[in-house]
Design a protein around this ligand. Structure first.
Ligand code: TXA
Ligand code: MG
Length: 362
């Protein structure tokens, strides 16, 4: 039976719907739910069999650890605080106070009640407190932390609406809570605090600059090593599957165009779109500022994801735009890149991976 989709208020989630979803979580079932970043595919994080169901539903490799979602604190059976250095504990406290609940995941020592399957056998666990009222209510009503990856088929574009989840996973899960479009639109930032220095594993909803500023403000060492990498094949040594070069990918082959010169960039996109339009159905992913220069191209479907001066807006629209281009049946996508400052770093990262490395520098 395909998944049931139930509408739920994103501001004031109806308690009866939350109770129904929480009962499924406690019974070891999978429930997809909205968070402020992207939709998650949730299971009881303490239940090994339920978590195995997540891997199966997504077609996710067992070596790829899953983030555990808590409501308001990080209890000792989820995070083993005693294994963390004092310096790292201070950093965790400062970051928690500033960004949790929110779009930040901290990698910390794994607590005793989290089964190894959740963390792919790692001694660490990724923990996050989503701020979305539906996610908060679901975790509280379930009475257990919820393990949840993004609710898409493995390596596909992440879901920012319930319809995206349905398109990828309808046959795999019982229930999808539909709380409307996810606000941030890209996943959480992942920061690993288990080593000697903080390491950024994935750009996301909380900008790197904001993490650095928070640590500096708190009088803590503010240097964060950025270890987001682009690797071609999955391997055991990978700190985050988001490091795979091919990830977040639409069906159509995407090429990313980068240039410091917008005029050159637009000329190249326009010329390439015209060239390809003879043999392909072309998708263009561009900024509002580009649109006047790239109108009326033949056999081309255009997605304007937002203004160059509003990268949060671009992040919000990005994944939905990629899915719409696929839905329109485009066979190739030509995308412009966006400035890598603030949340723009996450946008650029997702586009590089969606392009599986097909980058054109002008
Ligand atoms: O915004 C988000 O983080 C969303 C929502 C649903 O919360 N979740 C999400 O999960 O993006 P997922 O599974 O699609 O990506 C989680 C990433 C993976 O790349 C995984 O490798 C990494 O987090 N990760 C999880 N636990 C880790 C750990 N202990 N050490 C290193 N990386 C970890
Ligand atoms: Mg994902």
């Amino acid at each position: 039976m395909p998944a049931e989709i139930i509408r739920i208020s994103p501001e004031r989630p109806e308690p009866t719907i939350i109770a129904q979803a929480a009962a499924l979580i406690r019974a070891g079932q999978l429930v997809a739910f909205p968070t402020e970043t992207v939709y998650g595919l949730g299971a009881n994080a303490f239940d090994e069999n339920a978590v195995a169901g997540i891997f199966k539903a997504k077609g996710r490799p067992a070596a790829d650890p899953i983030i555990v979602h808590c409501a308001e604190e990080l209890p000792a059976d989820v995070v083993d605080w005693s294994q963390l250095s004092e310096a790292a504990q201070r950093s965790a406290q400062a970051l928690q106070a500033a960004f949790m609940p929110g779009a930040l995941t901290l990698v910390l020592p794994r607590g005793g009640r989290i089964p190894p399957i959740v963390t792919a056998g790692l001694p660490s666990v990724g923990v996050r407190m989503p701020s979305h009222p539906v996610a908060q209510a679901l975790i509280r009503a379930s009475g257990v932390p919820i393990a949840a990856p993004s609710a898409n088929r493995f390596a596909h574009t992440s879901p920012t609406t319930a319809q995206h989840v349905y398109a990828d996973l309808a046959d795999q899960i019982a229930l999808i809570l539909d709380g409307g479009a996810a606000q941030v639109g890209v996943e959480s930032t992942i920061l690993d605090l288990c080593g000697e220095r903080p390491r950024l594993l994935r750009h996301g909803g909380v900008p790197l600059e904001a993490l650095q500023a928070c640590l500096a403000r708190s009088g803590l060492p503010a240097h964060i090593e950025v270890v987001t990498r682009y690797v071609a094949e999955p391997s055991d040594a990978l700190p985050a599957s988001g490091m795979l070069l091919k990830h977040y990918a639409p069906r159509a082959a995407l090429t990313l165009y980068e240039s410091a010169d917008d005029t050159r960039l637009r000329a190249a996109l326009g010329a390439q779109a015209r060239r390809l339009a003879a043999v392909e159905r072309v998708g263009l992913l561009i900024a509002a500022e580009d649109a006047p220069f790239l109108a009326d191209l033949p056999n081309t479907c255009t997605e304007v994801v937002g203004s160059l001066s509003d990268l949060a807006g671009v992040a919000h629209n990005l994944f939905a735009a990629l899915r719409r281009l696929d839905d329109h049946g485009v066979t190739v996508i030509l995308a412009r890149s966006f400035p890598a400052a603030g949340i723009g770093a996450a946008v650029r990262d997702r586009l590089i991976r969606a392009a599986s490395g097909r980058l054109v520098h002008l």
